[in-house]
Design a protein. Structure first.
Length: 400
């Protein structure tokens, strides 16, 4: 059973409200009736018709739907294990994607193997879609590698901690493949907070002027750490694209089908020479910004509870069950696979060797440098002093 819906481009503003405690209790109000929002699955798991985007998922099979569900479940399990590992002192920090699984899996599965992806530091689901071993992501947050994967092996660039800078890299890469005559596309991920960075605006300018084949995928999770979106913009983020001369679309970021369809459309535009697109995936960050953050200090419990009812995984499960595309056996097997993944990740992290302490001095200069050599020697002497003090019995129990 389906219901009719359209995705008009009519601009509309809506403001958030604040509680008496000073916390925002509701974000920009977006529902299944919002004409700005592209939605194919309601929070209740009901399929919605969309004349413009249905064709991009028209041929999807029950097996592929189960695959999307599996991707989201395993990504969430990996993310939960990483959070636990950080709490246990095994990782220095972790940036959770909890609640954003549909935006990442839907868009990630829309890419082709020859497309190139530029992530921030939270795209664990996209990394999963690109075939990056999850343990490599954890190695970076543990501090034992600088990413741990070859970007060119999966066409998935290393994580970018500097907010928004990867959009410039993506735009430059997209301009380059155009000159090479390739028909592939580039997708750059960033958040609502990064949308206020100058690098992002510069990327929009260059990509528009040079008609670069790049999709800007903004995961609007409504909080730039503790700053709500309405503190950064007076209009929905997707409308910013109009000022640069290319299309912008807002999609329900908790609807994996809609994210898949809209991203496919945007990537096809890019590959066919129609230039850039801004996709705003309207979603919600269910957890903290990172494990060093306490979201209870700046947002109300009612807001989170409202978004829990729109959970992307539960939404697709309801659709699978209502359509008889998955049975209890499938869900039980997936639960077992999920637990096995958590165990594998936990064991792999704890078995990671410490990095070479002297690796920081490598590749600083192409031909070497006397000052780097001097600093390496000083560091070597410093490291050796611990062994000497330990041998003399001084370091043991001294608190040094």
């Amino acid at each position: 059973m389906t219901v009719e819906s359209t995705a008009a481009r009519k601009p509309r503003r809506s403001a958030g409200t604040k509680s008496t405690a000073g916390k925002r209790t509701t974000a920009t109000k977006t529902t299944s009736q919002d004409p700005e929002l592209v939605q194919l699955l309601t929070p209740e798991g009901q399929r919605v018709k969309n004349a413009e985007y249905d064709k991009y998922v028209a041929g999807i099979t029950p097996e592929e739907l189960r695959g999307l569900y599996r991707d989201m479940v395993l990504t969430r399990r990996f993310d939960a294990e990483a959070t636990s590992l950080q709490r246990q002192g095994e990782l220095g920090l972790w940036a959770s994607l909890l609640g954003q699984e549909a935006a990442q899996i839907g868009s990630g599965r829309a890419t082709r193997e020859d497309d190139y992806v530029f992530p921030t530091y939270r795209e664990h689901g996209v990394a999963w879609c690109r075939g990056v071993d999850p343990t490599n992501l954890l190695g970076m947050f543990r501090g034992v590698n600088n990413g741990g994967w070859d970007p060119n092996s999966n066409n998935f660039q290393l994580y970018t901690i500097v907010i928004g800078s990867q959009t410039l890299h993506a735009t430059g890469y997209a301009m380059g493949i155009t000159k090479d005559g390739a028909d592939s596309a580039v997708i750059a991920y960033f958040g609502d907070g990064a949308s206020s960075q100058g690098d992002v605006a510069e990327s929009f300018t260059f990509s528009a002027v040079y008609n670069a084949p790049v999709v800007f995928f903004c995961q609007n999770n409504q909080w730039a750490i503790s700053e709500p979106t309405e503190k950064q913009t007076r209009v929905p983020l997707y409308q910013r694209a109009q000022g640069f001369g290319f299309p912008g679309v807002r999609v329900d970021g908790n609807d994996v089908l809609a994210c898949l369809a809209v991203t496919k459309w945007a990537l096809e535009r890019a590959r066919s020479g129609e230039g850039p697109t801004l996709v705003e995936a309207y979603t919600y960050r269910m957890g903290a910004h990172t494990t060093s953050d306490d979201p209870t200090k700046y947002r109300a419990d009612e807001e989170r509870q409202a978004w829990e009812a729109k959970d992307p995984i539960l939404r697709l499960r309801r659709y699978l069950e209502a359509s008889n595309h998955a049975d209890e056996g499938f869900f039980a097997e997936l639960e077992a696979e999920s637990e096995a993944l958590g165990k594998r990740v936990r064991e792999a992290v704890r078995a990671m060797p410490d990095p070479d302490h002297f690796a920081i001095f490598e590749n600083v200069y192409a031909d070497g440098h006397a000052l780097v050599d001097e600093e390496r020697a000083q560091f070597a002497a410093y490291q050796a002093s611990f062994a000497t003090e330990s041998d003399s019995g001084f370091a043991a129990g001294s608190g040094v």
